[in-house]
Write a protein that binds this ligand. Structure first.
Ligand SMILES: [Zn+2]
Length: 387
């Protein structure tokens, strides 16, 4: 029996602090992997090769009959779960006094911590061929996609965990909470049939989210289940493997997604526990669909409200929403009434004056805007973001 409060505390005490970064590259991961590979419980099964000849490591723990396959960073710029996987292995291997030693004879856990090292090195979603590996499941033109399909075919896991990061602006709309963890039992066809393996994934998600709600109530969601035949999750379900997509997202004042990282670790342990003790079979399909679905574009990085545009024959008031991309560039998202959107930062521009040309306010353009404050100071967007 796993006590999740103990896991949460152990994670606080023992996580790899070197992985508390915005983005994990192969270089940042290497020393942690070296430490992990020194554990006698961890086997390096094989080192595959990416398009640009970087190693893709396949690790294994345990010898038990229940087989779990987990992979992270298929999208090179989504590394939250990579840190979580390292923490998970670390806790499993170092804390045998908490009776985790059972797991070695119950489970075989296969892990690919960084499926797309080329994208990780360059901070891109795509691989070295500029292919989105998660749209390559049918044609398998990427070496990384072939690695994943090979593992699924050869291992025939009982459960596959497909680990990603979600868009920072997803939210849970009714109360405008951030979506810190969203999960999905992917579908195998357009009709979204609920096959036995999909039902099991739904039930396991319910078991995991029950635990997560004790830590981050209102920040746990169900991911959109539109059928995506080129994606691996949907494809693996159609091969008869119970599959769960876990999407890590933002939490309040948590730019490196460390809350989502911890929630991933809790989820992995909860899933082991649920499988071991059949603590999921009482959940129903209705329980799964009762989980709130995440929504797109609930959040923006900066929301500016109540700006009076006065130098015109017909003065009017607008809100402006602005996002910052991963390169630090600011872009205008929307103009006008933005009250349904929530800003990670929100500022009233009441009493401010726009100095820039009004033409510079066009949505989808760079937010190179300058204002004058009520006290007469010139202020740029970057200064507003850092206030
Ligand atoms: Zn992704």
């Amino acid at each position: 029996m796993i006590n999740h409060a103990t896991i949460a505390q152990l994670h606080t005490d023992m996580h790899f602090s070197a992985l508390n970064v915005a983005h994990i590259t192969p270089e940042i991961l290497a020393p942690v992997l070296e430490q992990i590979l020194a554990y006698p419980e961890v086997t390096l099964v094989q080192s595959f090769t990416s398009f640009e000849q970087r190693p893709i490591l396949h690790l294994r723990m345990g010898t038990g009959p229940v087989k779990i396959l987990m992979w992270s960073q298929m999208h090179g710029d989504e590394s939250t779960a990579t840190a979580a996987l390292m923490d998970f292995i670390h806790l499993l291997c170092r804390q045998t006094e908490y009776n985790f030693n059972d797991w070695q004879t119950r489970f075989t856990i296969d892990i690919v911590p960084m499926l797309n090292p080329d994208g990780a090195a360059k901070h891109t979603r795509v691989n070295g061929q500029f292919i989105d590996i998660n749209r390559d499941a049918l044609v398998l033109q990427s070496p990384e996609g072939r690695v994943l399909q090979h593992l699924v075919s050869s291992l025939q896991p009982d459960l596959a965990l497909n680990l990603h990061d979600q868009n920072a602006y997803h939210g849970i709309s009714e109360r405008q909470h951030t979506s810190t963890i969203a999960m999905l039992a992917p579908v195998a066809d357009h009709a979204k049939h609920i096959t036995p393996v999909r039902k099991q994934a739904m039930q396991l998600i319910c078991a995991a989210q029950k635990v997560l709600r004790e830590y981050i109530p209102n920040h746990v969601a169900r991911f959109d289940d539109t059928f995506s035949p080129r994606s691996f999750g949907d494809n693996i379900v159609s091969q008869g493997v119970s599959t769960i997509l876990i999407e890590s997202g933002t939490f309040i004042n948590d730019p490196h997604r460390q809350v989502a990282r911890k929630m991933n670790v809790l989820t992995y342990f909860t899933l082991l526990d649920a499988l071991l003790h059949n603590k999921y079979e009482h959940y129903t399909i209705e329980d799964y669909f009762a989980i709130p679905e995440h929504q797109d574009d609930v959040y923006v990085d900066l929301k500016l409200t109540d700006l009076l545009i006065a130098n015109t024959d017909h003065p009017f008031t607008i809100d402006i929403t602005i996002n910052v991309d991963k390169h630090g560039s600011t872009n205008i998202e929307h103009l006008g009434d933005c009250h349904t959107v929530k800003g990670f930062k929100e500022l009233s521009l009441s009493g401010y004056q726009l100095i820039s040309d009004y033409q510079d306010l066009q949505p989808d353009s760079a937010a190179n805007l300058i204002f004058v404050s009520p006290s007469g100071l010139l202020i740029t967007i970057n200064e507003l973001l850092s206030t």
